[in-house]
Design a binder for this molecule. Structure first.
Ligand SMILES: CC(C)(COP(=O)(O)OP(=O)(O)OC[C@H]1O[C@@H](n2cnc3c(N)ncnc32)[C@H](O)[C@@H]1OP(=O)(O)O)[C@@H](O)C(=O)NCCC(=O)NCCS
Length: 192
């Protein structure tokens, strides 16, 4: 499938089906590397191992917590991407309950399909139906794609995360990403 074929697809957004959970987990683990800040030297494989373990908690939340939802965008043939939504998130400064995009990913073959736009719009509608006024998410500074999408959809940047390394004398520069031998190989291992 070439990217130019993608936009003509008809995309629907719906709640995840139980049989799609293993695919969500696998895509989430593949995609987690895009969220690693460019300033940190943790190996991608270690982050992916942790993400795989943590997915068990998310799966439990999905099964037991009505405020935790997983939406899936799909075309006529297959699921294209997912959005995990927490409808009980609290904004740290104001205390307002709001909707949080816990995680979001599209299959690389469907990047550019606009499935992400459909997912985010549906998440906003769902949040509104639950009496929530705001939809928020966190984006890693080096990860340009979601930032571009979010700003196009009308999201504003509300907060910056700052980080510095700690050393015996005080502050040290952040280490940066490790060399390529410690990163996942192939296109899915690339940082944007
Ligand atoms: C983030 C994600 C959901 C976005 O979906 P997508 O289908 O790739 O998004 P789109 O193609 O509609 O839009 C991305 C835009 O960013 C642009 N872009 C990509 N890299 C860019 C860069 N380095 N600088 C500026 N713009 C960039 C693309 O060209 C595109 O714009 P266009 O429509 O004008 O071509 C998807 O890329 C993904 O799953 N990424 C991996 C997981 C991830 O990062 N999740 C987000 C966690 S917050």
């Amino acid at each position: 499938m070439s990217p130019s074929e993608v936009p003509s697809r008809r995309i629907e957004v719906r709640e995840v089906r139980p049989e799609e959970i293993p695919w969500v987990r696998e895509l989430a683990v593949r995609s987690v590397i895009h969220g690693i800040p460019g300033s940190r030297d943790i190996p991608a494989a270690e982050v992916q191992r942790r993400a795989d373990q943590e997915f068990g908690d998310l799966e439990l939340a999905f099964r037991t917590d009505p405020g935790f939802r997983i939406l899936v965008a799909a075309d006529a043939h297959r699921p294209l991407g997912y959005l995990m939504l927490d409808l009980n998130h609290r904004e740290a400064s104001t205390g307002e309950t709001q909707a949080l995009i816990r995680d979001l990913a599209i299959e690389p073959a469907a990047w550019g399909s606009r499935a992400v736009h459909a997912l985010v719009r549906q998440a906003a509608r769902l949040a509104y139906q639950h009496g929530l006024r705001y939809l928020v998410g966190e984006v890693t500074a080096a990860n340009r794609r979601p930032l571009v999408v979010a700003q196009r959809l009308g999201f504003v940047i509300e907060r910056h995360q700052i980080a510095v390394q700690c050393g015996p004398e005080g502050l040290l520069p952040m280490p940066g990403r490790p060399g390529p031998d410690l990163e996942v190989s192939g296109p899915e291992g690339c940082q944007e």
